[in-house]
Design a protein around this ligand. Structure first.
Ligand SMILES: [Zn+2]
Length: 434
């Protein structure tokens, strides 16, 4: 005889199911404490870019709040049976005071208002005003979340007026502002987002190498630890790997070469697993779905797609490797720059001799010659060069910007290759653009 108490109708199974309020690639705080800190915290912190949509976890009445509270601009939704949910640090509201919203409605946008160290959603489930500790098993430190996916904990709530969304929509791609990173002579890593005159953010001291890419930045400290942060320049650093000699960032991928010469790839969350790629590596370069290595003998290997795809041997006697999703560039040990365009088997096109360093992005190629003169070409692999000046020790390009280090100063121009230079900083040893 079946136990009578097992009977659960479909309506009951779905009653009270709350949905996840936001998509996040990193949980940075849980009920109890902020991740990595011995402090106190009520609720769950979902790191996400400013402007990302925040959804109502359940049907409820809107109470808009702002002002002196540490939650900044926030919303409290009141639900039946004494439940409420709180959405903190918003950049804005999508609903009005007193409105009734259904589960899954966009109610606001991620921000960093109030007592917040970077863009994230602080989310609490409360009953009779007390914050409940019910989310930590589904959203532990460093986990990820998908907006509108069911919250597995079931409160004592009546059925929602709206069915649970079956296929959560992908998050709207967050606009990524152009970013500039510099390392100064003291090892301090400054970065800025947006316009050339945006303020610098001091992200950290103690750096020996850094790079910016999209909404991630990375830095190797003096002890060889690789630190990466996701999202805003003021978000939290994560120590993603010790013993790192070189690294490359591309989208959700991080490539590293350890001090022992082993290459690894991480794909996805900053807490994800590292996949071994190769021994005897000197340097690693990532671009979109491509992974490139220079080995200890100067041989370049590139693979595309899955990290398990086979390697293709690209060139010998190479000093520098640069890549985009459609181009591969090399500078050989005898100072010749070549670029290929298209698939991995396309022919090499010589760019110039007497080259010490190269940077490529989109349809743009920049080279620095042995006379400290930088040259940039836009368009095809044999379009005309525009000269960028002399006494240059480094050139970096994006599709719209050119950056140089000249006599220890960082200069950037944007738009027209013949446009005006803007001085960015003095006493600069490293420059990275994205
Ligand atoms: Zn919080």
């Amino acid at each position: 005889m079946a136990p009578l108490l097992m009977a659960t109708s479909p309506a009951q199974a779905e009653s009270g199911a709350m949905v996840t309020p936001v998509t996040s690639t990193l949980i940075t705080g849980i009920h109890g404490h902020h991740c990595g800190y011995n402090d106190t915290h009520r609720g769950t912190d979902f790191a996400a870019p400013s402007g990302r949509q925040v959804y109502a976890a359940y049907d409820g009445h809107v109470d808009l709040r702002s002002g002196s509270s540490g939650y900044g601009t926030h919303i409290v939704l009141s639900h039946p049976n004494g439940y409420s949910t709180l959405y903190g640090h918003l950049s804005g509201y999508a609903v009005g005071e007193g409105q009734h919203v259904a589960r899954g409605t966009v109610i606001g946008y991620v921000g960093s208002t109030g007592d917040s160290s970077g863009p994230h959603l602080h989310f609490e489930i409360r009953r009779n005003g007390a914050s409940l500790n019910v989310l930590n098993s589904q959203f532990p430190c460093r986990a990820t979340s998908t907006a509108l996916a069911p919250i597995t904990w079931s409160p004592d709530l009546p059925a929602s007026s709206t069915p649970p969304p079956t296929a959560p929509p992908p998050p709207a791609p967050a606009p990524i502002a152009p970013r500039i990173g510099i390392l100064d002579g003291a090892g301090t890593f400054f970065a800025k987002d947006g316009g050339l005159d945006a303020p610098w953010v001091n992200t950290s001291g103690g750096g020996t190498a850094m790079a910016v890419d999209g909404d991630r930045i990375g830095m190797i400290d003096g002890a060889g630890n690789l630190w990466v942060k996701d999202g805003g320049l003021s978000s939290a650093w994560f120590n993603v790997h010790p013993g790192v000699a070189a690294f490359s960032l591309s989208g959700d991928r991080i490539g590293i070469v350890t001090t022992g010469g082993d290459a690894y790839l991480q794909d996805g969350s900053l807490s994800g697993a590292w996949q071994f790629l190769a021994h005897d590596a000197d340097n690693i370069t990532l671009a979109a779905e491509r992974i490139g290595l220079i080995d200890g003998s100067g041989i370049v290997f590139v693979k595309e797609g899955s990290p398990d795809a086979p390697w293709t041997t690209q060139a010998h006697d190479v000093r520098q490797l640069v890549m985009t999703d459609s181009r591969i560039g090399i500078v050989t040990e005898d100072d010749v720059a070549f670029v290929k365009e298209g698939d991995l088997y396309a022919p090499w096109v010589e760019q110039s001799g007497s080259i010490v360093q190269m940077s490529i992005s989109g349809n743009r190629i920049a080279v620095l010659d042995t006379n400290t003169i930088a040259h940039v070409r836009d368009g095809g692999l044999q379009s005309p060069w525009t000269q960028m000046g002399n006494q240059i020790s480094r050139v970096e390009v994006t599709a719209t910007r050119v950056g140089i280090i000249r006599n220890g100063e960082a200069w950037v121009k944007e738009g027209d290759l013949n446009g005006a230079w803007h001085v960015m900083a003095h006493n600069v040893t490293g420059l990275s653009l994205s």
